[in-house]
Design a protein around this ligand. Structure first.
Ligand code: IFM
Length: 462
């Protein structure tokens, strides 16, 4: 006899509910280019990528996919794919170049044009307010460890809403605060490149506080849908029998997932994470009322999933550079195929994660705001035969369908990414797009995965 869960995992449903939202996602610094146009000021990523040795091959987002000028062509591509939702991000240094004070109308003009073009094409705009391009002036004022940035962020959110809110129904505050805090301020692999573990916890807190303030302000201003996007990675212990392995996985789950999920959705930091944080920076940065502010009501949780993290306990192991205080934790490569990033492909863990979110944070609708893969694509003729990427999407969409069958309230799926783009510290060599971009000519070519995704959207099923 099989349980209901076993049945759904073995033979997952492949048709999605009516009204399931299909879309694609991008981010401003990764695609826009026009870095010095129409009053845009430098962001931390301009500074970081211009610093020798920070980004592979010295690549920068100076031109990227030139989406700032080619947005109409990109909208036409989305329309052709039948995409219903487009998740893009607003560049804070375009809209409010100094991070506070005057608004730059020309920066907002660009998003006006983009939003109007999307609506004309029948595509719902979903705007993310912060996908990592912090105005450099705010970093110069201390960056995210500086608590003041939370209010600056809420002010900027309202300024963007004032101009675009009449046409943008869905607002996401942050994209992947884990990356902003721990890659930006602990490992230093992302901008601003600081290696300050204590400050990475302060940065995480300011980011969440900024989310809470902005989410409440947006809602009060009349926003239809408000959300926040986190990147989650289930922590898998090497063995289920060794309690030390289990403890290592629990710690990683805390540092990657619960340190954000619990404050955002339950209104309190997890006890084990408070104790962990205290060792690094004390708890003075968490003031009375902050956790309540952070837990602003949201309409859905945006989930970005790429891979799980497998760990084991190992005496003498130094701490990971991106997870403060993980001495004695060994990071392992699970014995499964990998993407071109070297990331394990594990759709079952995606299913497990979604079911767990439903269990631990009941009543929170979920939208998959990113999922996708990079592989070494080869252009042949006028396309790319990216069967490996199709396989990745197919497996992960089956996990989504299985989770829905298991009762998870999953509202939609946005593929990462519409276009090949600037993959942060990896530069342009890692390609996640459904659409291939030739950076020398800016020619766009639909990959086989784009045609495949178009059929999935049209049929609302795999
Ligand atoms: O390209 C990034 C994106 O900006 C944030 N989520 C993960 C993607 C792939 O690394």
């Amino acid at each position: 006899m099989t349980t209901q869960t076993e049945t759904s995992v073995e033979t997952p449903a492949t048709t999605f509910p009516a009204g399931f939202r299909w879309g694609v996602a991008t981010a401003s610094y990764q695609i826009e280019g026009a870095a010095q146009e129409d009053g845009r000021a430098p962001s931390i990523w301009d500074t970081f990528s211009r610093t020798p040795g920070r980004v592979a091959d010295g690549h920068t987002g100076q031109v990227a996919c030139d989406h700032y000028h080619r947005y109409a062509e990109d909208i036409a591509i989305m329309r052709g794919l039948g995409v219903g939702t487009y998740r893009f991000s607003l560049a804070w240094p375009r809209i409010q170049p100094d991070g506070s004070g005057p608004i730059n109308p020309k920066g907002l003009d660009f998003y006006d044009r983009l939003v109007d073009g999307l609506l004309e094409a029948g595509i719902a705009p979903m705007a993310t307010l912060y996908h990592w391009d912090l105005p450099q002036t705010l970093e110069d004022a201390g960056g995210w460890p500086n608590r003041d940035l939370a209010s600056r962020f809420a002010d900027y959110a309202l300024a963007a809403y004032a101009r675009l809110g009449d046409r943008v129904p869905t607002w996401t505050t942050l994209n992947e605060p884990w990356c902003s805090a721990f890659l930006g301020y602990c490992s230093g692999r992302h901008a601003p490149g600081r290696i300050e573990p204590a400050n990475s916890f302060r940065a995480a807190h300011t980011l969440m506080l900024g989310h809470g303030l902005a989410a409440r302000a947006l809602r009060a201003a009349g926003a239809q849908e408000v959300s926040v996007t986190v990147n989650l990675s289930p922590a898998i212990p090497r063995t289920l029998s060794d309690p030390h392995d289990q403890a290592a996985a629990r710690l990683l789950d805390g540092l990657h997932n619960r340190i954000f999920l619990d404050p955002l959705l339950l209104g309190r930091y997890p006890t084990d994470m408070l104790a962990h944080m205290e060792r690094f920076c004390g708890l003075d940065h968490i003031r009375t009322g902050d956790e309540e502010t952070i837990a602003a009501p949201i309409d859905f949780l945006g989930v970005n999933y790429y891979m799980p993290t497998m760990v084991a306990a190992q005496v003498g192991q130094p701490s990971s550079d991106q997870f403060p205080g993980t001495e004695g934790v060994l990071f392992l490569d699970p014995d499964v195929p990998q993407t071109g990033m070297g990331w394990p492909i594990d759709a079952d863990s995606f299913h497990t994660l979604l079911v767990r979110l439903h269990r631990d944070y009941p009543g929170t609708p979920i939208m998959i705001t990113e999922n996708g893969s990079s592989f070494p694509d080869v252009v042949v003729g006028d396309t790319v035969q990216d069967a490996d990427r199709i396989g990745y999407f197919d497996g992960h969409l089956r996990a989504v369908a299985g989770a829905i069958a298991d009762g998870v309230d999953l509202r939609g799926y946005l593929a990462w990414s519409l276009l090949d783009n600037f993959e942060w510290g990896y530069g342009y060599d890692k390609r996640f797009g459904l659409v291939h971009v030739d950076y020398a000519t800016q020619q766009r070519r639909l990959k086989a995965s784009a045609h495949w995704y178009k059929d999935v959207i049209a049929n609302n099923s795999l």
